[in-house]
Design a protein around this ligand. Structure first.
Ligand code: HEC
Ligand code: HEC
Ligand code: HEC
Length: 450
């Protein structure tokens, strides 16, 4: 209901704004060019473009799971409807093979395609607009030298009037502004590089900043935390609620390795970001970490270190665990989680102390609920999960009492008010039906104690 009203509001508003901006709205087509020969690009420029494409996560959005790289078609759910990424391989008919560098640059910086149509800001051109001429050239060289793949994405699924691209002209008038990247004489070159990457190609704020009802980032509240595909992208910088404050070294390690012993693993939509950053030159990631660290680190919410004698520290036995889960008033944490999270095995594959996790100290219970229900997949998606999911064996009431208990015990924050809806939404988004606790199967046990 509320969503529908919001959509209608956006539509009317967008139309009005678009009407007012009609004179500005129309963009000319840029003439097609013969597809440039791959050999015409300097290999060093292509390599540079490959790194920039990793920082920009281009492959993550423009590739379906199991599909050809950059051939598009990945569905991107937004609060307004589903968009599909496009084919950005150099195929002349279905991709960008006939795009000149000028057309490519305009798409990246202004969100306008070669034929002059406005593009939806799910493509984060509000960040990419900061990209320098040299870096656009390198990206162009990289994409024009990829294998061409013929593929057309499914049509976008947006309600009227949002399906009219002209409404985007109004949106852009309001929200597409150049980022203020004026030099700061008190900062070094590494910090400036980091700011350029974080605010620009890295588009970190696309997930980590809150958005307004029209889907635009609220610039005055940058990095105060946002939503991404059913996950919470935690607050970064001064608003961070990480139990141990982040610093440059910890950020560098987390962004490159996807894990830090005082912060845990990167999950959900953050997982591909760190997989991409693992492959770019280290100094680029150091620069990003330096800039982020300069935004502050919160005051830390860490509760005193865990007293190991407070938990059972015993591996749960299958039958015993089932009895424990079923038993009224049992400590679910002690029965199902402590063996790994207070165990002997070093992280990342032994779980970190939950007193260190922003999933529990953070602004929203959503990620904790996601992890409890679904577990954590193996790195790279193959092999045994690193943490089993409990969606099939815990009822909603059990998940709620477990999450509330963890918040009380380790979180150092006020109780979450929105726990039950978060559990319902997480189940619905993942198609995980609640089952009675008795459904626990012995087959789960090896994964749990591994
Ligand atoms: C968060 C997801 C996302 C990321 C990251 C992303 N794109 Fe896109 N991109 C899209 C979507 C969605 C569209 C289609 C928008 C539309 O239909 O209006 C698009 C459209 C484009 C287009 C226009 C193509 C056409 O045929 O109209 C180009 C060019 C493009 N992206 C290049 C890139 C490059 C280069 C990068 C990396 C620097 C990148 N994209 C990263 C989602 C993304
Ligand atoms: C597609 C959305 C998305 C993008 C883009 C993104 N993040 Fe994240 N990020 C998330 C989510 C979701 C989480 C929470 C993941 C989790 O629970 O492990 C997260 C977690 C983090 C954390 C851990 C915070 C904490 O307190 O535990 C850091 C640091 C971080 N991101 C930095 C970045 C940086 C730097 C960038 C840009 C290079 C970035 N992120 C881009 C979605 C995103
Ligand atoms: C088989 C061992 C195992 C069991 C059992 C287990 N976990 Fe985990 N868990 C892990 C591993 C490994 C990780 C990844 C390393 C890390 O980040 O802690 C993890 C990560 C997490 C995280 C993310 C921590 C962070 O911020 O990085 C949370 C939250 C979590 N587990 C909660 C639970 C809860 C609640 C239970 C009980 C219902 C549980 N786990 C049971 C192994 C386990």
């Amino acid at each position: 209901m509320r969503t529908r009203r919001v959509i209608a509001g956006i539509g009317i508003f967008g139309l009005a704004a678009a009407g007012a901006a009609l004179a500005l709205a129309w963009r000319p087509a840029i003439a097609p060019v013969p597809p440039p020969a791959p050999a015409s690009f300097d290999p060093a420029l292509v390599r540079r473009g490959a790194d920039l494409a990793l920082i920009g996560d281009c492959r993550t959005c423009h590739t379906t799971s199991g599909g050809a790289a950059f051939a598009g078609g990945l569905p991107l759910p937004t609060p307004f409807g589903t968009l599909y990424s496009t084919n950005i391989t150099p195929d002349p008919e279905t991709g960008i093979g006939r795009w000149s560098e000028a057309a490519f640059a305009r798409a990246l910086r202004e969100g306008v395609d070669r034929e002059g149509r406005h593009l939806y800001p799910a493509f984060p051109y509000d960040h990419y607009s900061a990209t320098s001429d040299d870096d656009v050239r390198a990206l162009y060289a990289f994409f024009m030298t990829r294998p061409a793949v013929a593929a057309t994405p499914p049509p976008n699924e947006l309600p009227f009037p949002l399906n009219i691209r002209l409404t985007l002209a109004g949106w852009k008038l309001l929200f597409l502004h150049p980022r203020d990247l004026a030099p700061d004489p008190t900062k070094d070159a590494v910090w400036h590089r980091g700011r350029y990457l974080v605010e620009g190609l890295g588009h970190c704020g696309a997930c980590h900043s809150p958005r307004n009802l029209l889907g635009a980032e609220v610039v005055s509240r940058a990095y105060e935390g946002g939503e991404a595909e059913g996950w919470r992208a935690y607050a970064l910088g001064a608003a961070s609620r990480a139990p141990v404050p982040w610093d440059e070294a910890a950020l560098t390690q987390y962004l490159r390795e996807g894990f830090h012993p005082l912060h845990g693993v990167a999950r959900g939509p953050m997982a591909p970001v760190v997989e991409n950053l693992a492959a770019v030159p280290r100094e680029e990631v150091v620069a990003m970490a330096r800039y982020l660290a300069s935004l502050g680190a919160g005051s830390g919410t860490a509760t005193p270190p865990l007293d190991p004698s407070s938990g059972p520290g015993q591996a749960p036995q299958s039958a015993g665990m089932q009895a424990a889960i079923e038993g009224a008033g049992t400590d679910l944490y002690a029965a199902t989680c402590a063996a790994c999270h207070e165990g002997e095995r070093p992280p990342p594959f032994g779980g970190v102390s939950l007193a260190l996790s922003t999933a529990i100290s953070g602004e929203s219970p959503r990620n904790l609920v996601n992890v409890i229900l679904e577990g954590l997949p193996a790195r790279g998606g193959t092999g045994q999960p690193i943490m089993p999911g409990f969606g099939a064996v815990l009822t909603d009431a059990q998940v709620a009492s477990l999450a509330a208990g963890l918040r009380r015990r380790f979180g150092g924050g006020a109780p979450w008010p929105d726990l039950e809806p978060a559990i319902r939404e997480a189940r619905a988004a993942r198609h995980l039906a609640a089952r009675p606790a008795a459904a626990i199967t012995p087959a789960m046990t090896p994964a749990m104690t591994r």
